[in-house]
Design a protein around this ligand. Sequence first.
Ligand code: NAP
Length: 303
Amino acid sequence: MGTTWVVTGCGGQLGSALVALLEGEGESVQALSHAELDVAESAAVRSLLSTPAPGPKIVVNAAAFTHVDRCEREPEAAGRGNAQAPAVLAAACREAGARLVHLSTDYVFPGDADRPYRETDPTGPRTVYGQTKLAGEEAVRNASEDFLVVRTSWVFGRGRNFIASILAQAELRRRGEVQGPLRVVSDQRGRPTYAADLARGIRRLVEVGARGLYHVANAGEATWWDLARASLDEAGYRGLEVERIRTRDLEAGAPRPAWSVLDCSKAEEAGVRMRHWREAVAAYLGSGDSPISSAHQKRISND
Ligand SMILES: NC(=O)c1ccc[n+]([C@@H]2O[C@H](COP(=O)([O-])OP(=O)(O)OC[C@H]3O[C@@H](n4cnc5c(N)ncnc54)[C@H](OP(=O)(O)O)[C@@H]3O)[C@@H](O)[C@H]2O)c1
C-alpha cells in the first residue's frame, strides 16, 4: 500500500518544492494551498484527515505566518498561523493515526551564541515570530510522541525571499531607475537553505523513520552580505556595488538574531546530505524557481 502525502501551505517556498519533489517521484500527494485549507480551522482539518486513504498518511505542515516584521504588529494572526494551526493539525493527526512533519525555525533561539545551535540547546526567542513558532513546536511535541519537527533557516525557493528581492533591487539599478549601491547587513550570520534541498532532506528523514527534533540547512555559513554578493555574481551582476552595513543602521523592525547557525550533524547522521549554500544558490538561480531566466542571465553578463 502506497503512502499518501498531505502538504499544507503548498503555495509557499517549501510547500511547492515538496510537492514538486514528491510528484516527480510518483508519490500520491494531496497538495493544499492556504485558500484550500486554513490549517487553524479545526473542523476542516479533522474532516480532511478523517478521509480514509489506502495506506499510511504523512502530513507535512509547510504552512506558516512567516512575515517576521508583520508578526510583531499582528501577534494574534502570528499566534493563529504558527501556534494554533500546528496544535490543531497535531491533534487531528493523532486522532487519524497520521504522521505529522512540522517545520520550525532558527528564530526559536536567542541568536547570541558563538557556536552552531544544536537541537538540545536552550531556546529563547526574541521575536513574536520566534515565540509563536516555538509554541507551535511545543504543541506538536505535546500531542504525540510520533512527531518530526524540522528546524531550518534563511529559506529561498519559489516566491518571496531575500535573494529574489536583492535581484529585483539590482535590476532597478541596472536599468538606472534607482541610484546608489545596494546596502546589506554583514553582522548577522546563518545558513542559507534552498527549499528544494530542504524538501529532499525532509523526504530522507521520513524514509529513515526519524522522530523528534532535527536541524536541516544547507552546509556552510554566510552573512546576508555574503548571500547577496554570491547571488548577484551568479546572476551576472558582478559589477554592482554592495555596501556592508550593520544591523543597527537599518530601520527598526523585529530584532534579527546576530547568530543563526544551526548545527545539522544529527540530520547528517541520519543520512541527510546537504550541499554547500553557494552550490545551492547556483542551482536555484539556474532553476525555474528563481525569478530570473537563463536568457536574462546571459544578457546581463554580456552587457
Ligand atoms: N522563509 C524562511 O526563511 C524560513 C526560515 C526558517 C524557517 N522557516 C519555516 O519553514 C516553513 C516553510 O516556510 P516557507 O519559507 O515555505 O514559507 P512561505 O513561503 O511564507 O509559505 C508559507 C505558506 O503558508 C501559507 N499559510 C499561512 N498561514 C496559513 C494557514 N493558517 N493555513 C494554511 N496555509 C497558511 C501561506 O499562504 P499566504 O501567503 O496566503 O499567507 C504560504 O503559502 C515554515 O514553517 C517557516 O516558519 C522559514
